[in-house]
Design a protein around this ligand. Sequence first.
Ligand SMILES: C[S@@+](CC[C@H](N)C(=O)[O-])C[C@H]1O[C@@H](n2cnc3c(N)ncnc32)[C@H](O)[C@@H]1O
Length: 490
Amino acid sequence: MTRPTRSARNSEAASCTPEAIAASPLARYRDLIDDWDAFAAALGRPLPTCVWANPSRISRDELALLIAEDGLASSPQPGLPQALSLAPGVRTGQRWWYCAGLAHAQESVSQLPAQLLDLEPGQRVLDMCAAPGGKTAQIAFALGNRGTVVANDISYMRIKALQGNLDRLGLVNVTTTCRDASNWPTASGQFDRILVDAPCSSEGTLRRNPSLLARLDPANAQRLGPRQRLLLRKAVHRCRPGGRVVYSTCTFSPEENELVVADILAEFPGTLRLLQVSLPGWETSPGVTHWDGRDLAPELARSLRFWPHRNDSGGFFIAVLEKDASAPAEPEPEPAPLDDADGAEWLEGLRSKYGLPDDYWSGYRVNRQTRRGLHLMAADHAPPAQPPAAGSGLFFHRTNARPPKPTTGGAMLFGRDVAQFALDLSESQRDAYLRRETFAPTPDQWEQCTPGQAVARYRGHVLGIAVLHPSGVIESQFPSRWSASMAGAD
Ligand SMILES: C[S@@+](CC[C@H](N)C(=O)[O-])C[C@H]1O[C@@H](n2cnc3c(N)ncnc32)[C@H](O)[C@@H]1O
């Protein structure tokens, strides 16, 4: 299937006219919306691009400077202290600062569920429907890149994409699993926080994906509701007493939002309550308490609706649920067995080659999950034995390659701190590196580095691994699948 070009997408946006919106199934929400004309007009406008700064690598202001030097305008995103708003349609994946893991693109409202989880280091967190992983990454950083996040998705391909994002951002506290979360095993134990960012009819993403307008069908909401109830019910079961479950969707339909939450609240009387939460900097509307002839409990008004015309965003829904502290607690789960037999030797090899400080790896532990190489995890990362992991931590060293070499994610993790075997690239070398081209070293680079593998950096930010050949060329080892997105870069 060919992807629509940007101009095709723009003309689709043009087809999201107020008349087309009024004639679409969205008209059934007319009575829920305070200003229908503003709502319909907002859906016809393309969505601003939003990126957040990787807190382990750069501040938002520093990122804004790099983005400005790259010729793009940005402004602070209201209500999101780490995020910047850019023009609609910016292809962030083609920018060097994105490849270097300094930023992550995520729609603004989509960043709110993680904030409402009330995260603190030391909590054990489950993200049930996690791919492609923007919220997982936010959660993992909120825990200080320590402890245990389990990120699950039913789609293996989407889990692969999630893993790529986590590696680029340098996260070592996430285990990924791939299964239907409605069958999530009891043996995984209980979690302090659970996010159910449920599969939904996605009506709120129209500004990003205008072609959806032609496919909107209220039957989707009826079809998805039962699946969403299964997921939310499972989350409540797996939540620790006193813990929090956040349920979110990017759709408007009450059948997938308040009605789901109302039914699950009714199943757990006295054990589950809907919290009243606030989000400074955001205009929210209360959840719906009457729909399609049904009256819901007044507390459903505590859930939050985000209408596109109120915050210049997509549409979104969030409910924050708390499980009573008196609910029964379960014993800690059995931890997954780890194979770290040869890990210390490999870490020491890297430490001495790159001149890293003596105790450099003290906050980490190593796991040989595959014959291909080693994963690096936070020292206190403790994934459960069940369900089996697709991956734990960051795949950081290919020990079966000849010669062995750190992965790009691995190099990004330690490459800032190396005292030797670093190549500091010029701007044109940086672009050649990201296009996987070979290029000539400067005389200074010959002096800086002896032949062999080296960490490639641009202004102190790590891009990955390069090889300085004795013949006098630098070979890029930037991953081909990441480089493909750079091919058309400006
Ligand atoms: C709204 S998206 C999640 C977006 C993600 N939380 C993020 O922030 O990047 C919903 C996800 O649910 C997954 N999914 C659908 N049914 C599922 C199920 N039964 N169990 C687990 N994941 C499921 C889909 O593959 C999809 O990736």
